[in-house]
Design a binder for this molecule. Structure first.
Ligand SMILES: C[S@@+](CC[C@H](N)C(=O)[O-])C[C@H]1O[C@@H](n2cnc3c(N)ncnc32)[C@H](O)[C@@H]1O
Length: 212
């Protein structure tokens, strides 16, 4: 069952709210800070193409299994090549891409290890694997876990990973990024709430790592 089937059209709507706009801008800053230059980018689990629209690579490919997300992605990010496929079996020869991005996708795949192996297989020698996860120990994951327990999609089908899980699977990253230390209940001004969350020692909502 596709947990995104009924969510695709409205998937980006939250980014239009004040908190959503703050969160996504912080995530974009962290992601762009970690992505290396290159010719070709593959995003696995590219969703509605939010990142493919914003990332400045000459060749962009999105892999997406959900027909509903894929339809929205194709419409909103026509500059990318879209392929309906699963991260566990990428339909590309080895050493095809300079950069492979997994952004909050591992939470929803069947087989995390298989997806990571596939991502590495299709990377050119010296290419970069960039992985972003919704940190399992963050206040945001606590909220989403609770919603999932109540059957709310897509969280009912999510599994959360902490940075330690990624490092156990991939080894030490070459570089790391973090964003969104404020809690989901934060009030404006969000910059102050974010700083307070950081000072309080909150795990951020987003952890990013880059591996070669
Ligand atoms: C939370 S969304 C993230 C979408 C996009 N990366 C973004 O940040 O806007 C997770 C995406 O992973 C996709 N997905 C689920 N299982 C997958 C799999 N086995 N392989 C690749 N993508 C998968 C979902 O269909 C969904 O579009």
């Amino acid at each position: 069952m596709d947990p995104f089937a009924s969510l695709a059209e409205a998937y980006e709507a939250w980014y239009g709210t004040p908190l959503g706009a703050y969160v996504i801008a912080e995530e974009e800053r962290a992601l762009k800070g970690l992505l290396p230059p290159g010719e070709s980018l593959l995003e696995v689990g590219a969703g509605t193409g939010y990142w493919l629209r914003r990332l400045p690579y000459p060749q962009k490919v999105g892999v997406e299994p959900s027909e509903a997300m894929l339809a929205v992605g194709r419409r909103r990010a026509p500059e990318a090549t879209w392929v309906r496929a699963w991260g566990e079996a990428l339909p590309f020869p080895g050493e095809s891409f300079d950069v492979v991005l997994l952004f909050t996708t591992l939470e929803f795949v069947e087989d995390v290890e298989r997806v990571l192996l596939e991502a590495r297989r299709v990377l050119r020698p010296g290419g970069a694997l960039v992985v972003g996860v919704l940190e399992a120990l963050s206040p945001w994951a606590a909220l989403y876990r609770r919603l999932g327990e109540k059957g709310v999609l897509p969280w009912a089908q999510a599994r959360f990973l902490a940075r330690e899980d990624l490092k156990a699977l991939l080894g030490p990253p070459e570089a790391e990024g973090e964003a969104v230390f404020l809690a989901p209940e934060a009030h404006p001004p969000y910059e102050e709430a974010d700083l307070a969350g950081r000072r309080a020692g909150n795990r951020p909502a987003l952890y990013l790592g880059r591996w070669r």
